[in-house]
Design a protein around this ligand. Structure first.
Ligand SMILES: C[S@@+](CC[C@H](N)C(=O)[O-])C[C@H]1O[C@@H](n2cnc3c(N)ncnc32)[C@H](O)[C@@H]1O
Length: 300
């Protein structure tokens, strides 16, 4: 069946009926220390399907645009892969992953547990210049919790603080964050964190076998898409990303906003495509495009 979202030029199979049954977001453990804009928690049931369909079993997952990292965390915690490589260009986001996977994760948890939320304390912390990676990680987590939509990019704003800072307090779950950091700390020898360009890292692992690539890049087609507003780093040569991805020996899964230009890039590489529905933060149903070498695993 062709998607009703397809503009007619490139018919994209619409998998929403067959796969609807397997999507149960309640089955997804919230393991990330972030609430990430554009986060793919909702897609995890399908990502499990993709990973489970691999033969031979993959050893490694490379996530070149890691953001909140729910896919890497799920893959390692649930035993789909032994190891994951998490790549992030934004130094603030990277700092959280670097600390979470170092012995300092305990100190970060302590800072979180000891922090008393008041409007003054939040503003003072956000105005401070981080001196260490730990400072930077703490500030990023605080900002991610306290800013509208978890957005860390320039232009984002603090939520209303309400009476006696209660609005801010309602966003702060110190015990939950500490528990997640503790759990990540326990598997940290299975996570490699890289601060840098995801495309370069895909190239580095291109010849590796038994390696999966989950590719969820920032996307800003026609200047109106969310990427520009959501992420500090949003400029990417998508044509090059598709060309680099075509070279990998392992299997890959890409996810994009549905857009004609993206379909054309995928088609030029002979990739398989499928539209899947998702609800955005305003609960409107939007269409997400999955791209892979073969998406046969989506069919029941
Ligand atoms: C769509 S988000 C990823 C969301 C993630 N899949 C999740 O579930 O939270 C894209 C991420 O790529 C990062 N990024 C942008 N350009 C990058 C680059 N060249 N290399 C690595 N990361 C990059 C952004 O900072 C952002 O965190």
């Amino acid at each position: 069946m062709a998607s009703d979202h397809a503009p007619g030029l490139i018919p994209v199979p619409d998998r929403r009926q067959p796969v609807e049954a397997v999507v149960n977001v309640a089955s997804v453990s919230q393991r990330s220390p972030f609430r990430y804009p554009g986060g793919k928690t909702w897609l995890v049931p399908r990502i499990r399907q993709w990973m489970a369909a691999q033969s031979p079993l993959p050893q490694l997952l490379v996530e070149p645009f890691v953001g909140g990292g729910i896919v890497s965390l799920t893959a390692v915690f649930e035993g789909y892969v032994d190891q994951a490589v998490l790549v992030e260009l934004d130094p603030d986001v990277h700092a959280v992953w670097a600390v979470a996977t170092s012995p300092e994760h305990k100190a970060l948890s302590e800072r979180i547990l000891e922090f008393t939320v008041t409007r003054e304390a939040v503003l003072a912390e956000l105005a401070s210049e981080p001196r260490t990676v730990l400072d930077r990680a703490f500030k990023t987590i605080l900002k991610n919790r306290m800013f509208h939509g978890g957005i860390l990019a320039p232009g984002a704003s603090l939520i209303k603080s309400g009476e006696q800072g209660r609005g801010l307090l309602s966003r702060w779950y110190p015990q939950t964050l500490a528990r997640r950091l503790q759990a990540i700390g326990e598997i940290r020898d299975r996570l490699t964190v890289v601060c840098g360009d995801g495309m370069t890292v895909i190239e580095q692992y291109a010849q590796a076998r038994n390696t999966l690539f989950f590719i969820d890049p920032p996307y800003t087609a026609a200047g109106k898409r969310a990427g520009r507003r959501l992420y500090r780093y949003h400029d990417l040569d998508h044509e090059r990303l598709f060309a680099v991805t075509a070279q990998v020996q392992g299997d890959f899964l890409m996810t994009y906003d549905y857009a004609v230009g993206v379909c054309a890039l995928a088609q030029a590489q002979g990739f398989d495509m499928a539209c899947v529905p998702m609800k955005n933060t305003h609960h409107a149903q939007v269409t997400e495009l999955l791209i892979g070498r073969s998406l046969a695993w989506l069919d029941p």
